[in-house]
Design a protein around this ligand. Sequence first.
Ligand code: ATP
Ligand code: MG
Length: 559
Amino acid sequence: MTTDTTAEAGRDFIRDIVQADLSSHKHNRIVTRFPPEPNGYLHIGHAKSIALNFGIAQEFGGQCNLRFDDTNPTKEEQEYIDSIQADVHWLGYDWGANLFYASDYFERLYDWAEGLIKAGYAYVDDQSQEEIRTSRGTLTEPGKNSPFRDRSVEENLDLFRRMKAGEFSNGARVLRAKIDMAAGNINLRDPVLYRILHAHHPRTGDKWSIYPSYDYAHGQSDAIEGITHSICTLEFEDHRPLYEWLLDKLPVPSKPRQYEMARLNLTYTLLSKRVLTQLVRDGHVSGWDDPRMPTIAGLKRRGVPPAAVREFIKRIGVAKANSVVDVGMLEFCIREELNRTALRRMAVLRPLKVVIENYPEGQVEEIEAINHPDNPEAGTRKIAFGRELYIERDDFMENPPKKFYRLSPGNEVRLRYAYFIKCTGVVKNDAGEIVELRATYDPSTKGGNAPDGRKVKATMHWLPAAQSKPAEIRIYNQLFANPSPNAADFAADLNPQSLEVLKDARVEPAIAESNSPDPVQFERQGYFVRDADSTPDRLVFNRAIGLRDTFAKEVGGKG
Ligand code: ATP
Ligand code: MG
């Protein structure tokens, strides 16, 4: 695993710029912003932007605004606004009083657009969207001027006001900046500033029939809020000349600067709201918070601690070139954090009953088990031990190969914290399947050690049959089976084994009784958390992550 050394030192090229701007007094206070469009739930790519923007504000004693970029009412919903706020908080960041909406600025943006028209920098174009697209030219050929480009200021103002008043239908006209149809940068070929859209807006209602474009709204919102460093992803690099052109032509109260960084991309993962929306709409997942989703809500439901996400973001660093991060790095961070914090418990995912024939019928004793091997303060708990137990089906083989050290006929193993047992018999049903084992225990090995010093090669987890509780356990694997899923045809790359449901698992009573939402380690199985579907009568657990990296094996060696 490689880590970015500058990130380890808490430094990257953006923080270096911020530091330099403070040292030179270009700015005395840093203001950043996280500007999501509320058209879906946040994903782990957004976490990178959140950690960077809020992190910089914290580290340099500045401010980070949460600004909803709500300029497209046909795609935006209150549900998304609410979830975005919850997810930023869950990640551990807070905007304080600095919650804003681009729609707060619609009036000012409109007035400034009239200003552009009056100065001869904008015009109303009657061409269709298609005509505008085809006359824009290509990377090698200049665009063509619109036949409406040289309208008078009076005519432009009149038409723009009537657009605002709702006189025209959707798509009938747009307001365009008048820059240069031959510019080498296509973003400067008279970009659209306003489009007609008769749509109800979650915040401004039916007040507006025209809405500003991203390019027009974004930079001006930054300027209104006094943003000093406007951080975005690399695909906006070519928009920067337009960002600066608009700041230059408008009477804005401040001049932010835009900086671009690489997007986060992860193997086996698609980080695009378009794809994630479709996964939800087409029922490939149970919802935005399905634990297989790379959304913040999905990670949370899966039992991933926010500290693991923050650590991951810190490790990947902030670079100027796009790359794809191995999802194993995220899993590593999740495992590290949970190994440190999760209490140990036992669960049997695929139970096989064992009857200890020499253990007195009706007798039950309490076995003491450690809650965390590295943290004595986490204490111990008691687990009942009796004549009937469950072990993991995989831990028994009737005809074991050479190096199988777990339970098999005649072989002795340790039951964690309890006793040595030896398998003495196998009970099968009519179909020849093993339904139960017979064993004996050595009463002198209480606590898991033999007084005569003899050793066993395996220690297995177990649970008492009567006192353990039934539970459903959901094992999640990668949603996509392809390390670089095809965003255009993602359904073909879905992993058919992304969810495995174990309905007959057993868990310790200590878990069933606890109301703690914290993940636990099921010894030898991984880290698990109670799912939102869980009820006292029907316990449901999600596996956050396995103990080791087994993914390559699970999808047939593709990883
Ligand atoms: P998507 O492509 O998933 O729809 P988006 O960029 O359209 O994402 P926004 O809501 O506009 O989503 O994003 C808010 C902020 O998050 C932007 O500043 C954007 O640059 C940043 N962001 C989005 N995706 C990533 C990513 N994968 N890595 C880093 N930053 C991202
Ligand atoms: Mg966007």
